[in-house]
Design a protein around this ligand. Structure first.
Ligand code: SAH
Length: 417
């Protein structure tokens, strides 16, 4: 229950996860580009973050559409993808690894695909431009502050990662320095120098990760500048986001995703709604003004704290967010005989659990709106719902991750009478 699931491996930010690798290979079917033609990205083919960087957008979408059709077509024929108009620099969260290269020179960038070797990257076509610049500035400041990058093999050095998160609507920017030790040399001078060079930074956090792990963020944090979180606005609501809380990386498409998900529920103001795997409460908070009551559940404590603040900030009195495991929560709700009209579920890539879904079916909502970031786990979970009294009525894919194999889909399930 207390486990923090939001500390994601740097590798996962940059490299396709196993299921995405499948997507990528299949979706691109090996880019139909001329081999001699120069790639748009100097490190393409090494980092694997956006394996389709040289594949025309239409072709990327066709590939993803086919994968989705093949996986869930037996339950519902998906709509056409909602596409991104200008699919560049859409990632508002950027993580850079700091490490010595083979010769011991400090570098920052990304892991070479499938390894722990760091490929230097100065800028990336899918990342927020200013975030990349801030990371380069930090890199340039290392020698004068005598900050050593972390050497994994030797287990020495201080700086492991820099994570930058930007808020599209408010322009606030959070910088998280992930260190092996809570003490940053000449901390105040460092902050002064960095914020002088980047006045757009609104908060800086020191995160301590001293464990031998592939997770980026550790559990201990100190705010060394600003308020310790950023705020963004989505669908007219304001959200506070802490460094360890989940927040979608592509804000422009996230608004579309949430609007689609909430439209699917066709709320009238009379419904009791559950927002499961709710993160900082985004979907539930946006839905709250159109529902009678909303209850959210989320495992990550920081995200729950954000969600509770977000409820206050948006002056809502018909929503509460609980901390805990979504499966346990659903089982309890079902046992208590709680009624809900609509269940939103937005599980991590691995999908939901059978117990969760069985409890959801027992609660017997008219509608289940499933927001999925993996069509493989979605297909598995749809099978369960279809065998247990629900039918898929709509599947709307939203291209949240252009140039990568990521496939995000909203599926509306309704109860068969
Ligand atoms: N709906 C939110 C978050 C989606 S990401 C949004 O749109 O921003 C999935 C969320 O599920 C993450 O916040 C993660 O911390 C949470 N999570 C993962 N496993 C969980 C579990 N077993 N129970 C509850 N929440 C979980």
């Amino acid at each position: 229950m207390k486990k923090n699931t939001n500390k994601t491996a740097a590798a996962a930010y940059r490299k396709p996860a196993p299921d995405k690798q499948k997507t990528t290979a299949a979706a691109s079917g090996k880019p139909a580009q001329d081999k001699k033609k120069k790639s748009r990205c100097p490190v393409s083919g090494q980092c694997g973050g956006c394996s389709m960087i040289d594949v025309p957008y239409d072709e990327q979408i066709r590939g993803k559409q086919k994968i989705l059709d093949d996986l869930i077509g037996e339950y519902i024929i998906p709509d056409k993808f909602i596409r991104m108009k200008a699919p560049d620099h859409y990632r508002y969260k950027v993580t850079s690894v700091f490490a010595p290269d083979r010769k011991g020179k400090p570098v920052c960038g990304i892991y070479r695909e499938g390894t722990h070797e760091v490929i230097p990257v100065k800028s990336c076509l899918i990342e927020h431009i200013q975030a990349d610049r801030i990371i380069q500035t930090i890199y340039s400041m290392l020698p004068s502050f005598r900050i050593h990058v972390y050497d994994e093999d030797m287990d020495i050095g201080l700086l492991r990662y820099v994570q930058v998160r930007a808020a599209r609507a408010t322009k606030e920017i959070m910088v998280t320095l992930v260190l092996t030790d809570p003490v940053l040399p000449s901390r105040n001078t460092f902050v002064r120098e960095l914020t002088k060079r980047h006045p757009e930074i609104t908060t800086i956090i020191l995160n301590v990760n001293d464990r031998n792990t592939t997770m980026v963020l550790g559990n201990r944090e100190t705010v060394i500048y600003g308020k310790g979180y950023i705020e963004d606005i989505l669908c007219g609501k304001r959200f506070r986001i802490s460094s360890r809380s989940f927040y979608q990386v592509n804000p422009l498409m996230t608004e579309k995703l949430y609007n689609i998900a909430i439209d699917c529920a066709a709320l009238t103001g009379r419904e009791t709604v559950l927002d499961t795997y709710c993160g900082i409460g985004t979907i539930g908070i946006i839905a709250a003004s159109r529902a009678r009551r909303v209850v959210g559940v989320e495992l990550n404590e920081d995200a729950v704290r954000d969600a509770q603040q977000n409820i206050k900030m948006n002056e809502l009195d018909n929503i509460e967010i609980l901390q805990g495991d979504a499966t346990e929560f659903m089982v309890e709700m079902a046992q208590e005989g709680t009624k809900a009209d609509v269940i939103f579920m937005d599980p991590p890539r691995s999908g939901s659990t059978e117990e969760f879904m069985r409890a959801a079916c027992n609660i017997n909502p008219k509608k289940i709106v499933y927001i999925s970031c993996s069509p493989w786990s979605l297909a598995r979970d749809l099978e369960f719902f279809v065998e247990n009294g629900y039918e898929a009525r709509m599947a709307i894919p939203v291209d949240m991750f252009p140039y990568t194999g990521g496939i995000e889909t909203v599926v509306l399930l309704t109860h068969i009478k």
